[in-house]
Design a protein around this ligand. Structure first.
Ligand SMILES: Cc1cc2nc3c(=O)[nH]c(=O)nc-3n(C[C@H](O)[C@H](O)[C@H](O)COP(=O)(O)O)c2cc1C
Length: 192
């Protein structure tokens, strides 16, 4: 017999992100972050490779990253508006966890499956943090596709990439819900 936990489904049916710019301190403690990461690491993972890792970005680190994004954006000649948006993402965030996709043996387990597992880590981290009452936002931006920034800013190896930067904090503003897709329109039920 199934043993439903209806509160979990109700929670998932109402879960939503909060724009990172509306998140502020207080943020979860180090112990709570460790618990959230433990929850996030319990994702399906074909081959048990654990093809992901976490970098906790606290305030001073976020300030350093904001400065590195500004410098790198100028160096690459990126549009000023886009640079400003990416700089603000780090400068204004109270806390973020970078989920790093770190694929292992791709001969045995296809790369996409390892990357999907990293995506599942991101979503589980969001779900866990939201369940604890925190606001969250999954962001990326041009900088996470810049190998130089990944190496110099986040210390990534060449085979690693950012699956998501998960911003976590206290929501400070009530932002309207976004339109949601119609699940029925996205679902087929073949009869045979
Ligand atoms: C892989 C990934 C990367 C994203 N990167 C950005 C981003 O850089 N900037 C942005 O505004 N939204 C980005 N988003 C979307 C935000 O997470 C957005 O807040 C989200 O769609 C709101 O969703 P929710 O309320 O359904 O959780 C990204 C989403 C995903 C899955």
């Amino acid at each position: 017999m199934p043993a439903p936990v209806p509160a979990v489904l109700d929670f998932l049916l109402a879960r939503r992100s909060r724009p990172a710019r509306t998140l502020a301190a207080p943020v979860p403690s180090r112990d709570e972050i460790a618990r959230l990461i433990a929850a996030a690491a319990r994702v399906p993972d074909h081959g048990k490779l654990a093809p992901w890792r976490f970098i906790v970005l606290t305030r001073p680190v976020l300030d350093r990253l904001a400065a590195q994004v500004a410098a790198r954006g100028a160096e690459l000649g990126i549009d000023a508006g886009k640079i400003a948006k990416s700089v603000a993402q780090y400068r204004d965030s109270p806390l973020a966890v970078a989920v790093i996709s770190a694929p292992g043996d791709t001969g045995r387990i296809p790369l996409i499956e390892q990357q999907l597992s990293a995506g599942a880590v991101c979503m589980t981290l969001i779900t866990a943090a939201t369940a604890q009452g925190w606001g969250t936002n999954w962001l990326t931006g041009w900088q996470v596709y810049d190998r130089h920034f990944l190496r110099e800013g986040l210390g990534l190896a060449d085979h690693e990439s950012v699956a998501g930067v998960i911003h976590v904090g206290t929501p400070t503003a009530d932002v309207p819900e976004r339109p949601r897709p119609d699940p029925a329109a996205l679902t087929d039920w073949p009869v045979a």
